[in-house]
Design a protein around this ligand. Structure first.
Ligand SMILES: NC(=O)C1=CN([C@@H]2O[C@H](COP(=O)(O)OP(=O)(O)OC[C@H]3O[C@@H](n4cnc5c(N)ncnc54)[C@H](OP(=O)(O)O)[C@@H]3O)[C@@H](O)[C@H]2O)C=CC1
Ligand SMILES: C[C@H]1O[C@H](OP(=O)(O)OP(=O)(O)OC[C@H]2O[C@@H](n3cnc4c(=O)[nH]c(N)nc43)[C@H](O)[C@@H]2O)[C@@H](O)[C@@H](O)C1=O
Length: 320
């Protein structure tokens, strides 16, 4: 690990920064953060304007815009059901997007690139909390192995370009995220937005019960996306090393505890019913984020505050 070669970022507010996936959960939070910090030259393209799976379009875009800094927050993303149901999409689209963006960024002279992976890169039964060097030490969780393989390829691609080309490509591995602009799809989303929507609709419709998937026993570590955006900007400034860095809150809850907190925040007064025909996925994936902490980064938003803020955002922006 090293931090000595980081390109100056914080003080270069007119730098051309390409944030891919800027309308998603993570990309929009990074744009908010960079805007707050005073960055004036963000390069943003919607999926419709630039399909990142199309290699020649991506090459033409980089050749004409020449971003100096690149953040790879565009990806095919979804929860346990989506990952399990669309394995071809999750491996192919993610490999295409990340390969096109990383290679074009390098070939067109970007100073630095940050690639985002996910805690699902680690073996299903990794030691807890999971250190970075647990990567590739055991079999993956089957519900998301296709996505995980693509993400592992992204980390390795950054490492390979760093080694062969001396290029400043780094990777961050976020834990489960949530916040404004999350995907609230009833089936394809992650657990937290799925439950927020389900509890809200049950409250509004006067339903007596809400169905929650699995057994409720899996543990998950949640991080508010504003904390993740803060970590991304922090890493762009402070970190330059071959090893990927974990980004987590260090706090885990069971899915049952999450459901109960959500019920309280939303104000649903009925019962929870567990659908054990749905997969639990990995039993536990608490990451060891001490390397990032040692560089000076800490998360700020508690899960309770984050749930309250995200529900407020949901009421103002999503509900019909
Ligand atoms: N959400 C989470 O809990 C976690 C997320 N991450 C990582 O963070 C990153 C961002 O995830 P998140 O913000 O949640 O995902 P979202 O689905 O919210 O956002 C992804 C963005 O990528 C865009 N995108 C997808 N395909 C293409 C394409 N072919 N061309 C151009 N743009 C495209 C989407 O646009 P459109 O919607 O128009 O297709 C969307 O704006 C991903 O790498 C993910 O793996 C890591 C750990 C946890
Ligand atoms: C971030 C991470 O996200 C995915 O992994 P995951 O952590 O398993 O994600 P999840 O949020 O979908 O589920 C967490 C837990 O919650 C339970 N659960 C209950 N009720 C609902 C529910 O209604 N929806 C969902 N999705 N899950 C539910 C569900 O059964 C599971 O036990 C990866 O595929 C991959 O995308 C990845 O990297």
């Amino acid at each position: 690990m090293g931090s000595q070669n980081a390109a100056a970022f914080f003080d270069y507010k007119s730098a051309k920064v390409f944030v891919s996936g800027h309308r998603g959960l993570v990309g929009s939070a990074i744009v908010r953060k960079l805007t707050q910090l005073g960055f004036t030259n963000l390069i943003l393209r919607t999926h419709t304007e630039l399909d990142l799976t199309r290699q020649s379009d991506v090459e033409a875009f980089f050749a004409s815009t020449k971003p100096e800094f690149v953040i790879v927050a565009a990806a095919k993303v979804g929860g346990i059901h989506a990952n399990n149901t669309y394995p071809a999409d999750f491996i192919a689209i993610n490999l295409q997007i990340q390969t096109n963006v990383i290679d074009s960024a390098y070939r067109n002279g970007a100073k630095k690139l940050l690639f985002l992976g996910s805690s699902c890169i680690y073996p299903k039964f990794a030691p807890q909390p999971i250190p970075e060097d647990a990567l590739l030490t055991g079999p993956l969780e089957p519900t998301n192995e296709w996505y995980a393989i693509a993400k592992i390829a992204g980390i390795k691609m950054c490492q390979a370009y760093r080694i062969q080309h001396k290029w400043d490509a780094i990777s961050g591995m976020p834990t489960n995220l949530y916040g404004p602009n999350d995907n609230f799809h009833p089936e394809n989303s992650h657990v937290l937005p799925a439950l927020m929507r389900r509890f809200h609709e049950a409250k509004v419709n006067g339903a007596k019960e809400v169905v929650v998937w699995g057994t409720g026993s899996p543990l998950r570590e949640f991080l508010h996306v504003d904390d993740l955006a803060d970590a991304v900007v922090f890493m762009m400034e402070k970190y330059s090393g071959v090893e990927h860095l974990n980004v987590g809150s260090g706090k885990e809850v069971t899915i049952k505890e999450l459901a109960e907190s959500m019920k309280e925040v939303v104000g649903f007064e009925g019962d929870l019913v567990w659908d054990s025909t749905k997969p639990d996925g990995t039993p536990r994936k608490l990451m060891d984020s001490s390397k990032l902490a040692a560089l000076g980064w800490t998360p700020k938003v508690s899960l309770k505050d984050g749930l309250v803020d995200t529900y407020k955002w949901y009421l103002e922006n999503v509900k019909q």
